[in-house]
Design a protein around this ligand. Structure first.
Ligand SMILES: [Zn+2]
Length: 391
């Protein structure tokens, strides 16, 4: 929405060790909110002036896949590019050995020879104490899955980021894959990028378990902890930050992330600020919320095309059974949180037959009238994140 930065900055003023990346949107989010990179940055800059925040802030062109979009974000002055390599990452099921073999064979022979020499039969002793080895099968698998993504990231870095001589941070995201990134694969990708001269500021592997939008971590905490320790050792070895995508509300894993990363981590949150805005609407204009809620339920299937959630509308209490005083409960339940979370774009862009926005203008008016309350909610909620992360 462009209205959250002010609340964020009030909080960050109290935590000078944490630096905000205020502007952060993917192309999908721009399309779903009907905004562009210029507006997103302008809104962030406005908040910086409003709050007289002087410690600096970042602007992230998030999850960019297309070269034109990277160029656009850089032209707007964005200070960080998050390269989404997912279109170049191959996914193989456990039955698809023939396909995996074929993909490996399709790499240039020269490249395969180089990789085999570089990885097989060697022990990588990281300065952070981790030891990694590649069997021929592990090399083949990782190369089949990641090699084209690695080459894509090297090309993008050389073409767009390197000429800017360190003025723009480069994040490599390999998180949108069918399976979690195991630490060996993380190392495989990073080792080659670093060797090719890519300056990585942060890397986003897909961690085990599920990082669904707007709710706590789902998965095995012990396994997460064990793997996060290894991912951190790899990141530290190469000198970059881990980046936690869909990082909002993952309170169960924040203590581990905070302890291991010791402040050297990038946590991305976006949609949770929308849910805090929803809380303001519930408090100030419950009638408007009720309309939005009904609309979200009617259009949930459309939104599920973009976002994977486990939220189930059957488990959401019927709206007519809830008094206005009971509505805030909905923002404490995973099902309703997720349903309202992923339908943000449909809600914001919905128009009536005369081409007038159904909700958008009323949402903005409500939030502008209740700016103080929104700031309070944001300070409290994002503050809880910082606290559990150890700041
Ligand atoms: Zn991501």
């Amino acid at each position: 929405l462009g209205l959250a930065s002010s609340g964020h900055l009030k909080l960050f003023k109290k935590h000078p060790a944490v630096r905000p990346v205020l502007a952060q949107q993917s192309i999908r989010e721009l399309n779903l909110t009907g905004r562009d990179y210029g507006q997103v940055l302008a809104d962030a800059v406005w908040a910086v002036f409003q709050e007289d925040y002087r410690l600096g802030f970042g602007a992230d062109g998030d999850h960019l896949k297309a070269l034109d979009d990277i160029k656009m974000a850089l032209d707007y002055g964005y200070t960080m590019i998050t390269l989404d390599c997912s279109e170049h990452i191959k996914n193989f099921s456990s039955e698809q050995n023939a396909e995996l073999e074929e993909t490996y064979r399709s790499l240039a022979e020269e490249e395969r020879v180089k990789l085999e020499k570089q990885f097989i039969g060697k022990t990588f002793n990281l300065k952070t104490g981790l030891r990694l080895t590649f069997t021929p099968e592990a090399l083949k698998r990782n190369a089949a899955i990641y090699q084209q993504a690695i080459n894509f990231a090297i090309m993008v870095f050389n073409q767009f980021i390197k000429p800017l001589q360190g003025k723009v941070d480069f994040e490599v995201s390999i998180d949108e894959t069918a399976t979690p990134t195991d630490p060996l694969s993380h190392f495989f990708v990073a080792e080659q990028l670093i060797e090719a001269g890519v300056k990585i500021n942060s890397m986003a592997p897909r961690f085990c378990g599920e990082f669904q939008k707007g709710i706590n971590y789902i998965g095995d905490l012990k396994q997460f902890e064990a793997e996060y320790v290894e991912h951190t050792k790899i990141a530290e070895h190469f000198g970059y930050k881990l980046s936690i995508h869909s990082g909002s509300d993952k309170f169960a894993v924040f203590p581990v992330i905070g302890r291991e990363s010791k402040g050297h981590v990038h946590v991305k949150t976006a949609g949770t600020n929308w849910l805090e805005a929803i809380k303001v609407i519930i408090a100030a204009e419950p009638g408007l919320y009720r309309e939005m809620h009904e609309f979200a339920l009617r259009h949930l299937e459309e939104a599920r095309k973009y976002y994977h959630i486990s939220g189930d509308p059957q488990r959401v209490p019927a709206l007519q059974d809830l008094s206005d005083q009971e509505l805030p409960k909905l923002m404490e339940e995973d099902d309703s949180r997720q349903i309202i979370h992923i339908t943000y774009g449909l809600i914001l862009l919905a128009k009536d037959q005369n081409g007038k926005y159904l909700f958008r203008d009323r949402i903005y008016e409500c939030l502008q009238r209740n700016e103080e309350l929104y700031n309070q909610f944001l300070e409290k909620h994002i503050g809880k994140h910082l606290e559990l992360l150890g700041f």
